[in-house]
Design a protein. Structure first.
Length: 508
């Protein structure tokens, strides 16, 4: 049986784990918005102003911190003024990126802001750089956030909203290296400065501008953007054109053109997937290192605003809708990501899983009046105690907890920990498909009280939830935690995710 020891220093707090690392993403893609969040006011599905209430309730239970919208690739063909005013007068548009379908623009700015208010989540709006204009984005900021009698504030009031909203997070473009314009880094860097200049703070609303960043390990893209705001090795405070850079990273088990099935896969596919998931650590480390050269004080944030698994679409569904089921394998991809995010909390300020409803690695799946919580949803729920907690350093000794995956090696035990409100939360995953792992939590600098543990697992890696079996993968109490002279011990079953929470007394 593989053995691992996680040394956790309870009295040495690390960087705060921003709640925004548990963010979400909703694009006009497939049934994420229409049929997911939005059913319309005439729907028999319980709704408020057309917004589906069972989806809202499910996400509120996660303490959802933010929601990114309207894309994704869709953002760079979306013109926001088409989505305001009386719905029956809004022009239709073609969603050329996702299924070439026609949209009626019934879900627009006011509907999105109403959704965020119902969710208790901060809005993160991705602006159109690819096919839009500087004026268009500037006026959107004004429309949403300015009080008084300016042209856009007056237009907002005419459309039924007297008071401005608070909208901090603004994306300056999306994937400008690809679907957002196929730009060169140098060209976009100039545009980012220009757009950011005209996206202004109005009143007490202070913008947090996020420049469209790199794909995967394109560190040159990050360096090009960082050179716009500071010089190499300078101690000076970076210029404030934008406050963060984004990066996108998806987990695949194979090549892009043959990603594999979401539910029909073998053990080798499973291990390749988890190796790909752990690779996000190297990607974040690389971008952080580049940023450190230009911003050693870490005043500029790194935002992973698209992440998750990407499989071949479910057979029989529209290939442009990106619908895939979500198995225990996807849940463990999420748990590994969060452990890595917690370690990067000094630089990583936000992350957004792709996507929230009915698309890619979704939280919930809807079908008419049915709603299914996915295995990934449960990882978010079990981990929500890490939001805004202080990270704790974890030193892992697990030399024999490894598996070969082709020409790579997978570390099969993953751990992270945090402390908040006098309680310690430890998250750990045993990624081994077949063997349990004996894990010792070596707690130093304090003492943990009576622990409460939960586990997420299933008999098979391919297990997923459906309307007929909604709790095939669901958390349950785990009573196998033992008090030892070194802290806590537990035997973690194969392919399992476990959280352990306990009151904490720090040594004086």
């Amino acid at each position: 049986m593989p053995r691992a020891t996680a040394i956790i220093n309870l009295d040495i707090e690390g960087p705060r784990i921003s709640r925004h690392l548990y963010g979400h993403f909703a694009e006009h893609l497939g049934r994420c918005v229409y049929g997911g969040f939005w059913v319309g006011g005439d729907s028999p599905v319980p709704n408020e102003g057309g917004i589906r209430l069972d989806v809202v309730a499910a996400l509120r239970a996660l303490d959802i911190p933010n929601l990114r919208w309207p894309g994704g690739c869709f953002a760079d063909e979306y013109h926001w003024q088409d989505g305001i005013g009386p719905r029956e007068r809004r022009p239709r548009m073609v969603n050329t990126h996702w299924g070439d379908v026609e949209e009626n623009n019934h879900f627009g700015t006011h509907e999105f802001m109403a959704l965020c208010e119902l969710l208790g989540a901060e809005p993160y709006i991705s602006g159109n750089v690819g096919s839009g204009t500087v004026r268009e984005m500037s006026e959107w900021v004004e429309y949403l956030t300015r009080d008084g009698d300016s042209p856009m504030a007056r237009l907002r009031r005419e459309n039924g909203r007297a008071e401005p909203w608070r909208v901090r997070f603004w994306g300056i473009g999306n994937e400008t290296w690809g679907c957002g314009g196929n730009m060169r880094a140098e060209y976009f860097a100039d545009l980012a400065r220009q757009y950011a200049t005209y996206c202004r703070d109005h009143g007490h609303n202070k913008l947090y501008r996020i420049a469209s960043g790199a794909s995967d390990d394109d560190y040159r893209w990050t360096e090009t953007l960082m050179r716009q705001i500071n010089c190499f090795g300078c101690e000076a405070t970076p210029r404030t054109y934008y406050q963060a850079l984004s990066v996108h990273y998806y987990t695949l088990a194979g090549p892009w053109e043959a990603k594999g099935s979401a539910t029909d896969f073998g053990t080798d596919d499973y291990y390749r997937t988890l190796v790909s998931a752990q690779r996000v650590d190297r990607v974040l480390t690389g971008h952080s290192a580049v940023m450190d050269c230009y911003d050693p004080r870490r005043t500029v944030g790194l935002v992973l605003d698209e992440w998750g698994t990407w499989w071949d679409v479910e057979p029989g569904t529209d290939p442009g809708f990106l619908f895939q089921h979500n198995t225990l394998r996807d849940a463990l991809v999420a748990s590994v990501h969060f452990d890595i995010f917690h370690r990067h909390a000094a630089r990583l300020v936000m992350a957004n899983i792709a996507q929230t409803v009915n698309v890619l690695q979704a939280m919930v799946l809807t079908d008419e009046d049915a709603l299914v919580l996915t295995p990934t949803y449960h990882v978010f729920e079990m981990n929500k105690g890490h939001q805004d907690a202080a990270s704790l350093p974890v030193h892992l000794r697990a030399d024999d907890a490894r598996r070969r995956a082709g020409d790579a090696e997978l570390e099969t035990v993953s751990v992270s920990a945090s402390v908040k409100d006098g309680s310690v939360l430890v998250s750990l995953s045993n990624l081994d498909a077949e063997e349990p792992a004996e894990v010792t939590l070596d707690l130093r600098g304090g003492r943990a009280g009576e622990a409460r543990a939960r586990i997420l697992t299933a008999d098979r890696l391919q297990t997923h939830n459906t309307p007929q079996t909604p709790e095939a993968v669901a958390p349950r109490l785990f009573d196998a935690v033992r008090v030892t002279d070194r802290g806590l011990g537990l035997t973690v079953p194969p392919h399992s995710f476990v959280t352990v929470q306990a009151p904490l007394t720090v040594a004086g």
